[in-house]
Ligand binder design. Sequence first.
Ligand SMILES: [Zn+2]
Ligand SMILES: [Zn+2]
Length: 392
Amino acid sequence: MDEILNASLEEMGMADFDCSCGKHHKMNIKKLIMGKGVLPRITEIAEPFQDRKILMVSDHHTFTAAGERVLEYLEKDQYMVKNLILDSGNDILIPDERVVGKVLLNIEPKTGLLIGVGSGSINDTVKYISSRTNIPYVIVCTAPSMDGYVADGAPLILDGRKISFPATLPYGVLGDTEIMKHAPQRLIQAGFGDVLGKLTALADWKLARELNGDEYCQTCVTLVQRALKKVLNHVDGLAKREDKAILYLIEALNLTGVAMGLLGISRPASGAEHMLSHYWEMDFIAKKRFPELHGIKVGIATPIIAEVFQMMQDDIPENVMKEVPDREYCEDMLRRVGAPVFPIEIGIDGELFYQSILEGYKVRSRYSVLQLAVEHGKIQNIAEKISSRIYE
Ligand SMILES: [Zn+2]
Ligand SMILES: [Zn+2]
């Protein structure tokens, strides 16, 4: 029981165990390899597909960062690789129908494996196509920027709207810290923000267990908490791009993915802080503005949700409040990695902010501290107080 608590991340990819929460948890990622200098292991991951063609997808930045070397390793070992570099010029690659179509049109007959080299957009595109073509995929992570490498949903843009499509888990995930530590600082800050958000996500999950009877798994919580602690203890190393700190960050991101995969729900990864982030994002997309990186928004939302918890503490059981981080602590952590701390820094105005506190609970039907505040008729007062603290 709970063997997973003693497993390495690499072993967790194939976890299969009876859990003390009463459920049987199972994962199916054949190769989950993170570490310093692990990039050459791409040939080991691709081995079962040696007699088929491989389509490798990257963009200009990620090809230079890692794709070029991945291609070299594979070709040296006689793999048949078609190399597709998506051209987004100086713009950020948006995973929309044009990009998905382009990748699809480049899949030749007898293609047995897709390899994505990149982070957010490339990961989502390749993952989606893998799920629709049944061709397995491997993602080579170029930045520790979000927790979607080990996740089975693919958020894509269709007709200008963001839709989260059901997709599939990867066959393999390869993350070399030698590569990821050179990622743009903003992507590292975003990854950190997404990890920081787990603090309030876990508090929210416990709240939902206590007040709403939601299912809960202490083993998965322990896994995420341990990984989280390592990241928070090495926050200054992240600003300096130290290998160890980068490794802890990508491990925490992927481990949260494993926890989600084991449970089949995103509770360990996403609570009210993600609702605020989504609310802001929908507004940005509707106004055709750059929606900002996922983790940057989640990071900013985390101290705000911590504050909502504090303001609701009279209605929250003590064992839940114990899990809630301090607002000031979260803000300090963001500052230390150089990430934006206040919503205004990414262009969220007072009106949007106020509305997001009032209506954030509507983003998805999931019990959270926002829902609790709504039920107790306190949300308006909370929205006014936090807004005036931040905006006046
Ligand atoms: Zn469990
Ligand atoms: Zn997230």
